[in-house]
Design a protein around this ligand. Structure first.
Ligand SMILES: [Zn+2]
Length: 184
């Protein structure tokens, strides 16, 4: 038996896969070969040490504790909260813009919308019933439009006078926002 084969059989001896005859042959080699005997004793001791090591089991509740720690981590949570807030802002802004645009469009096209509704069977009745109301609103609207026109003209004058300082203020606000955003 060569030392190399003896080493392989030592492994199989530890795994308890040697036949009785093989075990005897190995024992015979170990009796004659000092180097293999030393190696065998070292293996044996190592295996003993391994077998005496306590099996590690995770303490109860460790998984939950780890998960709680992960959930309690401040950075990702904060990022999620910010993005939710931003999404809400966008949603409100978008909804407002849409409603405002629709309102303006409706106000300036009410006659067309109204005659369209009146010409259809499903909506005609309601359109006829609502006509006086719409006309009343329209009358008020004309007064308000005149008022609005005056206000806009005044605003236009003011804006023309304030254009320079206003531009500076808006630019300043933009810079502040950019700096704040980059700090986050
Ligand atoms: Zn040997």
């Amino acid at each position: 038996m060569t030392c190399k084969q003896a080493e392989r059989w030592m492994m199989r001896y530890m795994d308890e896969t040697l036949t009785e005859q093989e075990a005897e042959a190995l024992a015979a080699h170990l009796d004659q070969c000092e180097a293999c005997k030393e190696a065998f004793l070292a293996y044996d001791q190592m295996m003993d040490t391994f077998s005496q090591m306590p099996v590690f089991t995770a303490p109860e509740g460790l998984e939950e504790a780890v998960l709680m720690q992960i959930e309690a981590m401040p950075v990702p949570q904060r990022a999620i909260r910010y993005s939710k807030k931003d999404r809400l802002k966008l949603l409100f802004g978008g909804a407002f813009a849409l409603l405002f645009g629709f309102g303006v469009w409706l106000a300036s096209n009410q006659e067309k919308v109204f005659s369209y509704l009146a010409s259809h069977d499903a909506t005609g009745q309601y359109a006829q019933a609502l006509r006086p109301v719409v006309q009343m609103i329209h009358g008020h609207q004309n007064e308000q439009l005149l008022l609005l026109e005056q206000v806009l003209m005044r605003a236009d004058e003011m804006l023309t006078a304030l254009a320079g300082p206003l531009l500076v203020a808006i630019l300043g606000l933009c810079v502040v926002q950019v700096v704040r955003f980059r700090r986050k």
